[in-house]
Design a protein around this ligand. Structure first.
Ligand code: 4AD
Length: 468
């Protein structure tokens, strides 16, 4: 496999392997090392050949210098290489060190004519989206994947530092979290089908891909005061919108022994800020690449989001703001109506383009598990966090913990039998509790200023599209 282009033969096996980011930060020069990666550019000048090699460990590529006398026919943009040579001080100001190659092996060739990306060309996110199997080879998408990975670690770190226990809530579930979203039903592909063509059903009950881990977290909140889950979530929304996916990642937290919405607001705000702080410092170059192409002022706005307290308004105040504005809205702004994207956008802008908590929604808009505000008739202790450029980022409520009230509401909705187990949670050591969910891709959209949600997930799934 592969063509070996040997400049000066040397046994590679025993050599110290460096990741490109490690090679780039070498202080000592002269060391003989080995690197592996993909060529991002090739240029020959006089008797020298300059390659830029990247292995995904950093945005920056390592410059490799070789003699242009070597057989370089297969050293093309996109090909995979295994190179050994000496780390030397670079004469160029832009980089500290470079690799003087002694041996270059082409591990995997890449035909530059067929490769959809061209050297030194900036390809738009929409263009690279057409190549889900290759887009990780572009600088921008590789940056996104590094940021996504660091943001995941930062979220886990936030919860660990704040004594939350991680729960692996199921992907397949028999509850629909009371209409949190449109469901995908799960069926076995064959064996459980009876001979008359009727599906007996693998689970003997209808089963769905999860739309939210909330109810499973509520179970665990009966033994742990703070729990969270972070996993794939599925909604069969027939939407091509720039902020909806059929499969997305949701971060959900549930807190026991709380009867205050404020406790949820604090966790949402701190989670956002600590994750953002962390990726801004760990992925500065990658984030800067995104910020280069976003609307002016995005970076400054993000800095303010991390520094300043998020704003809070009630739903009633929000309706008042909408009704007093001179804007023509397509959807109703009467008290009792759900806030639509156009309303959310207006409210965020009106409040100074900063994150905005809208609290105390009409009780009738919220699912059966939402608790009412005893001191404010017809409202629920519910919150949505709205952020610039995206709209709704988080949604949460205090949960109804009083057995009689919950029972009555479920009975009215004809859901009493299906939720017997949920009612039992209120019989055995029930405590006031509440929680929220945050869309991970929407979070990344907000921080990076990315227009379309399909560009912040490795393999986007949406209606009429399930590539790979
Ligand atoms: O507001 P949602 O529907 O809340 C729940 O599912 C609650 N049961 C969570 C809880 O209390 N534990 O969804 C939470 C967040 C939304 O604010 C949004 O950011 C994201 O999930 N979200 C989506 N993201 C991408 N594509 C979709 N189709 C999404 N639907 C919701």
């Amino acid at each position: 496999r592969g063509i070996v282009t040997i400049y000066r033969c040397h046994s590679q096996k025993s050599l110290k392997k460096l990741r490109i980011c490690e090679a780039l930060s070498q202080k000592e020069t002269g060391e003989y090392v080995r690197i592996q990666g993909w060529i991002r550019s090739v240029r020959s000048q006089k008797e020298l050949l300059f390659l830029h090699v990247n292995d995904g460990s950093s945005l920056e590529s390592l410059q490799v210098v070789a003699s242009s006398e070597l057989d370089n026919r297969h050293l093309t943009f996109g090909c995979a290489v295994d190179i050994s040579g000496n780390i030397v001080k670079s004469p160029h100001k832009k980089q500290n060190v470079e690799l003087q190659a002694n041996q270059i092996q082409v591990v995997g060739e890449c035909n530059p004519v067929d490769f959809p990306f061209k050297v030194k060309e900036r390809h738009g996110l929409e263009y690279v989206r057409q190549f889900p199997h290759l887009r990780c080879r572009t600088n921008t998408f590789a940056s996104l994947l590094r940021i996504r990975s660091e943001a995941t670690a930062a979220i886990q770190a936030y919860f660990k530092e704040n004594h939350f226990v991680q729960i692996h809530t199921p992907v397949i579930s028999s509850n629909d979290c009371e209409g949190a979203g449109e469901l995908f039903q799960v069926e076995s592909a064959g064996r459980d089908r009876s001979t008359d063509g009727e599906s007996s059903g693998f689970f003997s009950v209808p089963a769905y891909l999860t739309v939210s881990g909330q109810l499973h977290l509520e179970v665990m909140a009966g033994a742990f005061p703070r729990v969270y889950t972070f996993g794939p979530t599925f909604r069969a929304e027939n939407s091509q919108s720039r902020r909806h996916l059929a499969e997305f990642y949701m971060v959900e937290a549930e807190l026991s022994f709380t009867d205050s919405l404020e406790d949820l607001l604090v966790v949402m705000e701190n989670l956002f800020k600590s994750t953002t702080d962390c990726i801004l410092s760990r992925c500065a170059d990658d984030i800067a690449l995104f910020h280069k192409y976003v609307a002016p002022g995005h970076k400054e706005r993000l800095d303010l989001m991390v520094k300043n307290r998020f704003k809070v308004i009630t739903y009633t105040e929000a309706i008042d703001v909408l009704n007093r504005s001179s804007e023509k809205f397509e959807f109703s702004t009467e008290w009792g109506c759900d806030l639509q994207t156009e309303h959310e956008k207006y409210l965020v802008k009106h409040c100074g383009n900063v994150p905005l908590f809208v609290i105390n929604y009409p009780y009738d808009l919220k699912p059966f598990y939402a608790r009412d505000n005893e001191d404010q008739p017809h409202t629920a202790a519910a919150v949505d966090l709205l952020v610039p450029g995206v709209g709704e980022l988080c949604g949460g409520t205090l949960r109804e913990e009083r057995l009689e009230l919950l029972h009555a509401r479920l009975e009215r909705m004809g859901l009493e039998d299906a939720y017997q187990w949920y009612l039992e949670l209120r019989q055995f050591g029930s405590v006031p509790h509440g929680g929220f969910g945050m869309g991970f891709e929407r979070y990344l959209q907000c921080v990076l200023g990315v227009e379309n949600i399909k560009d912040v997930i490795p393999f986007p799934r949406f209606s009429h599209s399930c590539l790979l």
